[in-house]
Ligand binder design. Structure first.
Ligand SMILES: [Zn+2]
Length: 220
């Protein structure tokens, strides 16, 4: 008798578990980069210098998600690197701004998602498009392909961000050149451009298959 009522109670409660919770969703963990005055000033300066955008706060209205891989390092070493407000070891990027590169999110090889910056805070990760793009870094690289867990975690995060913001575009960093010479590309310097290969075509294919229903565009 006791076991029957226990089963009934369990059946009652499992009906009330929201669909999202019943499929083991990865959670977004917080590893905030300090939003100190240095970072704020450097971000505002970058926005003004590269995009002609003058604002009081370095915030963005996200309409694009750009996926990346780090190419090297661990979760911790990459978080440590992104924490510094000033750019240190990237001579290819010293074009006019000392703001360090970063991304709003970073995903470890086991699919754990970490948030480094508020999703609408400016981050330097994709030339020409930073003013409207949320960057997602993934630990991995050309010799260390991204994992199935990372595909799932990116899909989860894209879904989450698409509910929060009017996201129209989803691209891999290697695809960003398509936006050059369009109204979306805002960099004032037409020669400021570097070729990218991350996060890889196969990864993007697998990912797009998982978020097909969101109808995100991959070109202007
Ligand atoms: Zn990248």
């Amino acid at each position: 008798m006791k076991s029957i009522s226990l089963i009934l109670i369990l059946l009652f409660f499992t009906n009330f578990i929201p669909a999202q919770m019943s499929t083991s969703s990865p959670i977004i963990r917080q590893r905030p980069i300090k939003l100190d005055q240095k970072r704020i000033d450097l971000s505002l300066e970058y926005m003004k210098m590269h995009y002609g955008i003058i604002q009081k706060e370095p915030t963005i209205v996200p309409k694009m998600i750009v996926l990346h891989y780090t190419e090297g390092g661990t979760l911790e070493s990459n978080i440590q690197y992104f924490k510094a407000p000033y750019l240190s070891s990237r001579p290819d990027l010293t074009d006019g701004s000392n703001l360090n590169v970063s991304a709003q999110f970073i995903i470890d090889r086991d699919g754990s998602i970490y948030q480094l910056l508020p999703s609408n805070f400016f981050a330097r990760h994709t030339i020409g498009l930073n003013y409207c793009a949320i960057g997602v870094e993934n630990i991995g690289g050309s010799k260390n392909p991204l994992t199935a867990a990372q595909v799932n975690a990116n899909a989860y995060l894209i879904r989450y961000l698409s509910e929060k913001y009017p996201i129209e575009y989803l691209i891999g960093h290697s695809e960003y050149f398509i936006f050059r010479n369009t109204r979306l590309w805002k960099d004032k310097n037409p020669n400021y451009y570097t070729q990218k290969f991350d996060p890889g075509e196969e990864f993007m294919q697998q990912l797009r298959a998982k978020v097909q229903d969101l109808h995100l565009k991959n070109q202007p």
